[in-house]
Write a protein that binds this ligand. Structure first.
Ligand code: SAH
Length: 459
């Protein structure tokens, strides 16, 4: 290790920044966050620094640097645009034993500044010894996505509880288990989901029950994984996928999304095996409850959004009855993903003021739909699960008065690398789809917005 990471306590302590341009301003912003008392020495201050001086947030001295200027400071930052001057500042500070950072000149610095993820009081610092700042920024971006913004607030809440927990749980192992249970389970998730009061109440309950050794409670995450492209996962989906002990998935969730789950998690497939039936919904419900009751964190992955034709409602009804904690993570539903990736806006001032999502699953060879509501003017219709009943759908829409030349698009495997889009009009769409072998999963988009695709297609 070339550098020792430390966190400097600078609150109210005198810090010197030499330089008054935008580079200096970025460093000043960090020192302000650390509540340092800042003096800026610059031949001429730029507008940002001048504005901070005018607000009284720092002391500005407009003159050239002299080595004696560093005396009395706890920390010095050299941020002028002259490398020789910066090196001189560094020598002057070092001669007095003062830590000095020279922006972009690690060789002259006795302190280098890391990339940070600030969830105060939680702060993550990433250093590459000044060798690869871009890599540090990339890692930071990843961590930003993994560490929920509410972590800082949670840490503050827990900080306030430390003394009480210490008093209630004198045994260090019991204490450690208590904190682990709070931070890595339903309580933290309640907190991140914005249910602060429930989280606080659950902490109290846990504190009481922890006097005897607690057992981790399991829970179910009902996660919408979007229509296929893994890049469309939400941060929360990804985070929960990476902590779950068990992954329950079906046919709509692709391998590239499963790849992102925790490596050592158990995987249970509940979709249709080739030519066989899918696991029955009741059995899935039972399975989820059983795994969670055994203390495991179960990620139930659903294509698209769990509450949009996803039977998510049924699964959580069962969990509620079984008294099992759960949370629902919304996902990008197929209609939205497919429309975007096919270049078809679902609403448009000149074409459609409303958009209707329906499912057109054949029941005993028939479609049970409210046809009149599907053919309203200035409305886009998006049909899920409509491929096997496509000829019946077209017949029904025509019978209800939809024009033969109404534009229709079929988006198959939308947002994935295998996406195909068929653009047609109502009358010939079913035979063209059959001729070109279109099949499930596909979304059918019906409405004059489909015409915009020629202008807006981008992938
Ligand atoms: N909960 C899911 C829908 C499940 S129903 C969601 O919100 O998207 C299954 C239907 O979704 C499929 O029959 C198909 O109509 C549609 N679908 C799901 N993924 C799709 C994709 N990548 N491309 C096109 N249609 C998709």
């Amino acid at each position: 290790m070339d550098y020792l990471p430390v966190f400097l306590a600078l609150r109210g302590r005198p810090c010197l920044v030499v330089g008054g341009g935008s580079v200096a301003a970025r460093k000043i912003a960090l020192l302000l966050r650390a509540q340092a008392t800042i003096t800026v020495l610059a031949r001429r201050a730029g507008s940002e620094v001048a504005a901070l001086a005018a607000e009284g947030r720092l002391i500005l001295r407009e003159r050239t640097f002299a080595p004696a200027d560093v005396t009395g400071y706890a920390f010095v930052i050299a941020a002028t645009d002259d490398a020789a001057v910066n090196a001189e500042i560094a020598r002057a500070a070092d001669a007095q034993g003062i830590l000095v950072n020279v922006v972009d000149q690690p060789a002259d610095s006795t302190a280098i500044m890391p990339s940070i993820v600030d969830r105060s009081p939680v702060v993550v610092a990433i250093g590459t010894g000044g060798k690869a700042p871009v890599l540090a920024r990339m890692l930071r971006a990843r961590l930003e996505s993994l560490i929920p913004p509410a972590y800082g607030e949670l840490a503050s809440l827990l900080g306030g509880l430390r003394e009480r927990v210490k008093a209630a749980l004198p045994d260090a192992t019991a204490r450690r288990r208590f904190w682990e249970d709070v931070l890595d389970g339903p309580i933290a998730e309640l907190f991140f989901a914005g249910r602060r009061a429930q989280a606080a109440a659950a902490i109290e309950t846990l504190l009481t029950s922890s006097k005897t050794a607690p057992r981790r409670r399991g829970e179910v995450y009902l996660i919408g994984t979007g229509p296929g492209d893994p890049d469309l996962l939400t941060f929360r989906a990804l985070r929960l996928m990476q902590i779950a002990d068990v992954i329950v998935h079906d046919r709509l969730v692709g391998d590239d999304i499963l790849e992102l789950c925790r490596r050592d998690a158990d995987r249970i497939y509940v979709g249709k095996a080739r030519s066989r039936h899918a696991v029955r919904q009741e059995d899935i419900n039972t399975l989820l409850a059983r795994e969670a009751s055994a203390g495991r964190r179960v990620a139930r992955l659903k294509g698209g959004d769990p509450f949009t034709f996803g039977r998510g409602g049924e699964e959580i009804e069962h969990l509620t009855e079984a008294g099992i904690d759960f949370q629902v993570v919304p996902g990008i539903t197929a209609a939205l993903g497919c429309a975007a990736y096919a270049g078809i806006p679902l609403t448009h001032r000149d074409h459609a003021h409303a958009c209707l999502f329906v499912t057109a699953h054949l029941k005993d060879g028939e479609l049970m739909l409210d046809w009149a509501s599907l053919v309203r003017p200035r409305q886009t219709l998006v049909v899920y699960m409509g491929m096997s009943g496509l000829p019946a759908l077209v017949d029904g829409l025509r019978a209800a008065g939809m024009a033969d030349e109404m534009p229709v698009a079929i988006v198959e495997r939308g947002t994935t690398s295998a996406q195909r889009v068929l653009s047609a009009t109502l009358t010939p769409v079913a035979s063209r789809a059959a001729a070109e072998d279109y099949g499930s999963p596909a979304i059918i988009i019906i409405g004059s917005v489909v015409r915009l695709r020629d202008k807006l297609r981008w992938c």
